[in-house]
Design a protein. Structure first.
Length: 332
């Protein structure tokens, strides 16, 4: 339930800070947008100006073209209306930020999407103490508990080699911003075989390379010919490529999927994949609860995902909790 002194309220355009006259990750065109990260459900076109972290700027330009962007370093306050705003690392993807808002009487933090696992492609999550914490809830269920990603990367290498022994390509479906780059970074110390990239994946990987992120060597599939000898090759492609002629060009192959949803066998069957690899750019259940506790917030607002389960749990344990019904989805 909104209160008159709330620093963030829900408007038809998205999350709005009345005291600062700006929106956070709006889904409709507005004058001033503070963007947490570059995924399409959080960074949309049509805004008059965008505010983001410096590492998010090349991603926004890749996604949105020639738009007006203002960048702000981690923890550096900037004034918007009657509030002081600062950005703090969310650990989700390169440049992902939490938005801290301070009016001198209360502090709110809008987290966007975040994770607590180590990730060589982005800065780690920063706990930001606040009075009200706006959190995602993508994997807000006790069943979601992530394995260590380096162990999953080792499984991907083993799978690629097994496919090679059978004369098959290992085609790994993963998302073009964040997931593909993280997989390639985790593979760097484990494998010496360059990965082949679908064009949609290659574009995002080049953005990360230009930002100085070390990753496994890669080659574009477009450079390999119409029917390449792909046995034993790891091929990264977006989920939309599954079942298309693009995949069939590789002949014999196995299909894998890298996502937090692969934690459940039912999701693997529905995706019709041979292998599921649990790699998520979102917080799992223990990390969500840990983060909420560490912020010290007395009020929690969940924005998207399994919000009902998280709110119920928090209320049962004495924490005021509610939801904003947003238009955010999940790249997972």
């Amino acid at each position: 339930m909104s209160r008159r002194d709330d620093l963030v309220v829900l408007r038809p355009e998205g999350l709005y800070c009345p005291a600062g006259d700006f929106h956070i990750d709006p889904w409709r065109p507005v004058a001033r947008a503070v963007i947490t990260h570059g995924h399409g459900d959080h960074a949309r076109g049509g805004m008059q100006e965008y505010h983001c972290s410096p590492s998010s700027e090349p991603i926004l330009r890749w996604r949105l073209g020639d738009v007006r962007i203002h960048t702000h370093g981690w923890g550096v306050p900037f004034r918007m209306g009657a509030v002081e705003v600062s950005l703090h690392s969310a650990g989700h993807v390169l440049g992902s930020a939490q938005v801290r808002i301070d009016d001198g009487e209360q502090v709110w933090v809008a987290s966007g999407d975040y994770k607590r696992q180590p990730d060589p492609t982005c800065d780690p999550f920063e706990v930001v103490p606040c009075d009200t914490f706006i959190t995602e809830a993508t994997f807000a269920s006790p069943i979601y508990r992530w394995p260590d990603t380096p162990d999953v990367a080792a499984d991907i290498v083993a799978w690629r080699r097994e496919c090679g022994e059978r004369g098959e390509a290992a085609i790994l479906l993963c998302y073009a911003l964040g997931k593909a780059q993280r997989v390639l970074a985790e593979l760097l110390p484990l494998d010496d075989q360059p990965a082949w990239l679908h064009g949609a994946i290659d574009n995002g990987v080049q953005v990360y390379r230009q930002a100085g992120i070390p990753m496994l060597a890669t080659q574009a599939v477009a450079e390999q010919g119409r029917q390449p000898d792909s046995a034993g090759r790891l091929v990264l492609a977006p989920p939309s490529a599954a079942g298309t002629p693009w995949v069939r060009r590789f002949g014999r192959h196995q299909l894998g999927f890298a996502s937090g949803w692969m934690h459940l066998r039912g999701n693997r069957r529905r995706r019709n994949v041979d292998r599921g690899f649990v790699v998520s750019d979102h917080a799992d259940w223990p990390a969500l609860l840990q983060t909420i506790a560490q912020t010290g917030a007395s009020r929690i607002i969940a924005t998207h995902g399994n919000t009902d389960a998280l709110i119920r749990y928090l209320r049962e344990n004495g924490t005021a909790a509610e939801a904003f019904r947003t238009d955010y989805g999940s790249e997972e």
